[in-house]
Write a protein that binds this ligand. Structure first.
Ligand code: HEC
Ligand code: HEC
Ligand code: HEC
Ligand code: HEC
Ligand code: HEC
Ligand code: HEC
Ligand code: HEC
Ligand code: HEC
Length: 451
């Protein structure tokens, strides 16, 4: 009897196990099966043959799990400016922030009010004159506008004009009037958060001689720690709160966008910065104290407040050094030469214009970005070193050449003499300074090397 009962229990137990495992495996399979509407299924069936890779990417996305299919995003009304007829459906190729806003209103609102959405409005900038006129439109199309975005135009047949498309520039101006491109960071068709958290995502645009944020980051301790600990950063987690879900290193997103225990995710990348480091002379932004507090709250998960204060003090000092010692006098001197007719008022037609341009737009920005984000090589060698070399050995000698000796002396008196930090140049190094340097090398390398 006893043996039979044990045997029966065992059978029931094994059967139970079988049902259990079977059901969990179908549950798992169900979770992975993408959901689609009738219309969406038509797109998928045909596009599996036409463009299998991005159907696959969609299948692996969060959208597919939630039943957000091709038609949910690409559907359009016949009256839409960007509508086209496509195999019995009315669709648009572009899926603009207006389209995403149907389900993601918060993100769209934040992005739309940020500088990112304004990045396509560069037509009247000096940069644009440089691009369009000095360079050429063909270069602007594959350069500037791929980062900044520009107006995407429609062709007569409802297709996109190939002079202005493809484009995922951050401030793209869409035919429906909306601004921005969400796929600038959330690359199609996976639209993943994890990918957007990677520094390389920002690095498509935040790179190069005039805004080397990616290079600064890679050089910084933060970038080093990111490289060394990538697999510990839990990039794929749904919630990604610094100090809770990861601790090894911050990425660009951590500092500028992602959540902290006290702050939600923001799509306004300006919400945590207090200076603008872009113009010839840096300025503090509106509400700078509040914005700086928001950034310090991020740092506070990994650093103590005296450490953070120290960082900001050194950063402010560098920006002030750049502004006061170099940028303000260079700007004023160039203006005076223009006013006195020594150079023209147009940009880029005098040698001095190019020297001035590189001083603030390349070298001066690099120094400021290096100091903001702990990249010492950019703060100094690619930064203030280049600023100083340009200012003293190119800019001022050129000022002297176009001004003539008399006006040059006036300029020196007016703009350089009030700041003792230029004395080494205008009056020469003092005897004591020269003596100190000589002595240093004698002590360090011995008499022979000093000779
Ligand atoms: C009967 C097949 C078929 C169906 C159904 C279909 N497509 Fe397409 N679709 C194509 C082909 C083929 C192309 C590529 C055309 C080319 O390469 O010139 C295309 C291109 C596209 C493009 C790019 C158009 C462009 O001008 O760049 C989009 C966007 C698109 N399809 C979305 C959809 C959506 C959304 C659906 C469902 C509502 C859908 N398609 C249904 C076959 C289909
Ligand atoms: C979450 C919204 C979303 C979903 C879902 C989606 N798309 Fe797209 N799709 C986009 C965006 C965004 C673009 C890029 C256009 C832009 O920059 O505005 C795009 C571009 C395209 C293009 C043109 C891209 C190229 O490289 O030629 C095709 C074709 C396309 N989608 C087809 C599909 C198909 C088929 C599906 C379903 C399997 C699908 N899309 C699902 C948002 C979506
Ligand atoms: C590699 C991508 C990229 C290219 C190419 C590029 N830019 Fe930019 N541009 C940026 C980024 C990123 C910034 C913001 C830098 C920062 O905040 O430090 C910027 C800043 C600017 C600004 C300053 C905006 C402000 O609010 O102060 C202007 C104007 C500008 N760019 C115009 C242009 C023009 C015109 C061209 C082509 C001649 C061009 N850019 C090429 C990425 C790019
Ligand atoms: C500058 C890059 C960037 C752009 C542009 C961008 N995003 Fe994001 N987005 C991110 C990052 C980074 C995250 C992940 C934040 C986190 O959780 O760490 C994210 C997260 C999201 C999430 C998930 C939010 C959550 O709480 O889980 C949604 C939805 C989203 N973005 C929608 C959009 C839409 C819609 C647009 C266009 C209006 C857009 N994003 C443009 C970088 C960007
Ligand atoms: C029809 C509604 C709908 C539309 C339209 C839509 N989404 Fe989503 N999106 C969702 C849903 C639902 C989720 C899953 C939210 C969740 O898991 O809590 C999601 C999740 C996301 C995420 C987070 C993905 C992750 O890795 O967890 C991003 C990023 C995102 N969407 C971006 C976009 C962008 C960009 C567009 C426009 C091109 C867009 N979505 C259009 C409904 C939509
Ligand atoms: C497709 C190009 C592109 C990508 C990708 C991009 N940016 Fe930008 N970003 C820009 C441009 C261009 C500007 C300057 C806009 C202007 O002022 O007109 C800018 C400005 C900014 C600013 C200054 C905002 C302000 O209010 O002054 C911050 C901070 C920033 N970006 C952070 C990021 C981060 C973090 C990422 C990645 C998660 C990122 N960006 C991805 C192009 C891009
Ligand atoms: C450890 C935090 C941190 C990380 C990581 C970080 N930043 Fe920053 N970023 C800052 C701080 C701090 C500032 C200056 C804030 C201020 O002005 O008060 C700044 C300033 C900026 C600016 C404004 C520049 C301007 O011209 O006004 C941009 C753009 C930017 N960062 C982009 C990036 C990008 C892109 C990455 C990744 C490659 C990145 N940041 C990584 C903290 C960070
Ligand atoms: C996720 C944690 C994390 C966040 C967030 C973070 N840091 Fe760091 N930071 C570190 C670690 C770890 C180090 C390496 C310390 C060491 O040298 O041992 C570091 C190093 C530094 C250094 C020293 C650089 C050097 O070369 O010695 C400075 C300055 C700094 N961080 C400033 C900041 C500021 C300012 C913020 C906020 C804008 C910030 N950090 C945000 C983790 C973080």
């Amino acid at each position: 009897m006893k043996g039979k009962r044990i045997f029966a229990l065992l059978v029931i137990f094994i059967a139970g196990l079988f049902v259990f495992f079977n059901s969990t495996s179908t549950e798992a399979a169900k979770a992975k099966t993408p959901k689609a509407s009738k219309e969406g299924q038509a797109c998928i069936t045909c596009h599996k043959a036409q463009s299998p890779a991005f159907v696959k990417e969609w299948e692996l996305s969060r959208h597919a799990q939630k039943g957000v299919d091709c038609y949910s995003c690409h559907r359009a009304e016949k009256t839409d400016t960007d509508a086209m007829q496509h195999n019995g459906f009315t669709i648009s190729v572009l899926v603009t922030p207006n389209d995403c806003a149907k389900c993601h209103a918060k993100e769209v609102k934040e992005m739309t009010t940020s500088h990112h959405a304004k990045a396509g409005d560069i037509l009247n900038s000096a940069d644009n004159y440089l691009g369009q006129v000095v360079g050429g439109q063909e270069a602007v199309a594959v350069g500037c506008v791929q980062c900044h975005g520009a107006k995407v135009k429609m062709s007569a047949n409802g297709k996109l004009d190939t002079n202005s498309w493809p484009n995922t520039g951050i401030g793209r101006i869409n035919p429906d009037g909306s601004k921005g491109s969400c796929s600038a960071c959330h690359t199609r068709h996976n639209f993943s958060k994890a990918q957007a958290r990677e520094p390389q995502t920002c690095g498509k645009c935040h790179i190069g001689p005039d805004h080397p944020q990616l290079e600064v980051y890679e050089e910084s301790k933060h970038g080093i720690l990111y490289e060394a600990n990538k697999e510990r950063l839990n990039m794929h987690k749904d919630k990604w709160v610094v100090g809770v879900d990861y601790s090894a290193a911050p990425t660009c997103a951590t500092c500028h966008m992602s959540a902290t225990p006290n702050q939600a995710v923001t799509h306004d990348v300006g919400a945590r910065i207090s200076w603008t480091l872009r113009p010839p002379i840096s300025k503090k932004l509106v509400n700078d104290a509040k914005k700086r507090e928001a950034m310090k709250d991020v740092c506070g998960n990994c650093h103590s407040s005296p450490f953070i204060e120290g960082h900001y003090k050194q950063f402010d000092n560098l920006v002030n050094l750049y502004n006061d010692k170099f940028a303000k006098p260079a700007t004023a001197i160039r203006k005076e030469l223009m006013d006195k007719g020594k150079i023209t008022k147009a940009d880029f037609d005098d040698k001095l214009d190019w020297m001035y341009w590189e001083l603030w737009h390349h070298e001066g920005r690099r120094a400021r970005h290096g100091a903001a984000m702990s990249g010492p090589d950019y703060a100094w060698w690619h930064g203030i070193y280049d600023v100083a070399k340009n200012f003293y050995t190119e800019f001022l000698p050129e000022v002297k050449r176009v001004a003539g000796p008399e006006l040059y002396n006036e300029i020196v008196k007016k703009y350089l003499d009030p700041d003792v930090r230029h004395e080494w140049y205008t009056k020469g190094m003092s005897k004591e300074q020269l003596e100190k340097i000589k002595k240093y090398y004698e002590e360090r390398y011995g008499g022979a090397a000093a000779k």
